[in-house]
Write a protein that binds this ligand. Structure first.
Ligand code: ATP
Ligand code: MG
Length: 376
């Protein structure tokens, strides 16, 4: 995989089925001896080959597992506070979520947790006591893959059948997380990995994930400044502090457009620009007095006047122009994910079961074995 390239500018992408599919795997942390015994020193077992990614909270290396001779990805967390704050909160969240979800086909597999060696402090990256998560290695992240391909070819590397497959893999991962009362909160292209050997998409990076209480009207009180700007749904842009797993589905809608077109569409430069982009492409936000989304009036940034929702005009709905050659079923899925009212937005489970686009006989999704392996 080529070194990670940042897409866009500013904080756009940064933070501020079947029983078989969901069956247990014997190689996940839950069953591994390392989870119960002494932590392995990273350099005793893994040899770093290259640095492949650096995000807000982690540095990721490609490495070789000296025991199995397989490639793995090592993620070292970057402490964002003073050392005496202890284990970074994002890493703790990531670990908690992975322990519950890492046995799913479309969620990156956590193989081990290791620490840097005290004997050779400094060599493993930043001194002793660092924790490294060891993941299965995936050849691509979809942000890099799509950006690089678009630069060379001016289109998406994926045809319509492959887009359907990737969307159904993503929705299966989300259905699984949401059924376990967990929201990802940072679904974006660079957090979607593609294993070309198996033709499978894997959802990754659970540093912002949080549990939610299903009985509290499907909402939790949390910070609205989650989800990278380009993938942030209207309710968060309007300052909602209670929100639901529906935020992940809006992001899935944004991913759908990027997979299909090969470039981001809702790529605002700041929050106001993002809101304007959404209106320009998706259409007018249901009016203040309309019944389509009555809860909108009470959202903090609407109430205090910080965000002014334009009166219903005739917004160009540019997305419809961009998708003029799409089937009705494709449009239905897209508009049902990019639905303003989070209560009306399709759930992952509903989309997987009801979408004619994903389930219809015409141009059906590829099986994983039929998915592209190389992108020339
Ligand atoms: N298992 C893996 N296999 C291959 N590459 C990986 C793997 N995990 C992560 N990467 C690469 O490292 C990058 C950063 O990883 P990750 O998203 O987990 O870290 P992060 O610091 O939380 O990121 P950010 O804040 O940018 O979202 C990914 O975008 C991807 O390019
Ligand atoms: Mg990431």
């Amino acid at each position: 995989m080529p070194p990670k390239r940042k897409r866009g500018s500013g904080n756009d992408r940064k933070r501020n089925t079947s029983n078989r599919e969901e069956s247990q795997s014997s190689t996940t942390l839950g069953q591994s001896k390392a989870a119960f015994g002494r932590c392995v020193y990273v350099s005793d077992r893994y040899e770093k080959v290259a640095r492949i990614g650096e995000g807000t909270y982690g540095i990721v290396y490609k490495a070789i597992d000296k025991v199995t001779s397989r490639h793995v990805a090592l993620k070292r967390s970057i402490p964002h506070h003073q050392a005496d704050d202890g284990f970074p909160a994002t890493s703790l969240r990531e670990l908690q979520t992975l322990r519950l979800c890492s046995n799913h086909d479309h969620i990156v597999k956590l193989l081990d947790v290791t620490v840097s060696s005290r004997k050779i402090s400094g060599q493993d990256g930043g001194g002793s006591g660092n924790v490294f998560f060891v993941f299965e290695f995936c050849e691509y992240d979809l942000a890099n893959l799509i950006d690089d391909y678009y630069k060379r070819r001016g289109r998406s590397p994926f045809d319509i059948r492959a887009v359907k497959t990737l969307m159904s893999h993503l929705l299966k991962a989300l259905r699984y997380m949401h059924s376990r009362c967990l929201i990802h909160r940072d679904v974006k292209l660079s957090n979607l990995l593609y294993c070309s050997k198996t033709g499978m998409l894997k959802l990754a990076d659970f540093g912002l994930s949080r549990p939610f209480a299903p009985n509290c009207e499907n909402s939790i009180s949390l910070t609205p400044t989650v989800a990278s700007l380009w993938y942030r749904p209207p309710e968060l842009l309007f300052g909602a502090i209670t929100y639901s797993q529906a935020i992940d589905l809006w992001a899935a809608g944004c991913i759908f457009t990027e997979l299909a077109f090969g470039h981001p569409v809702l790529n605002g430069k700041n929050e106001m620009d993002q809101i304007n982009k959404i209106i320009e492409y998706v259409g007018d936000i249901p009016g203040m007095n309309g019944d389509d989304w009555p809860e909108m009036r009470d959202l903090p940034r609407i109430k205090d006047g910080a965000v002014k929702v334009p009166a219903a005009s005739s917004s160009p709905r540019r997305l419809l122009d961009l998708c003029s050659n799409w089937s009705l079923a494709g449009l239905r899925l897209l508009t049902s994910l990019l639905e303003y009212n989070p209560r009306k937005r399709w759930t992952a489970s509903y989309a997987l079961e009801q979408s004619e686009y994903l389930n219809g006989a015409e141009q059906p999704p590829y099986t994983s074995a039929e998915m592209p392996r190389r992108f020339l």
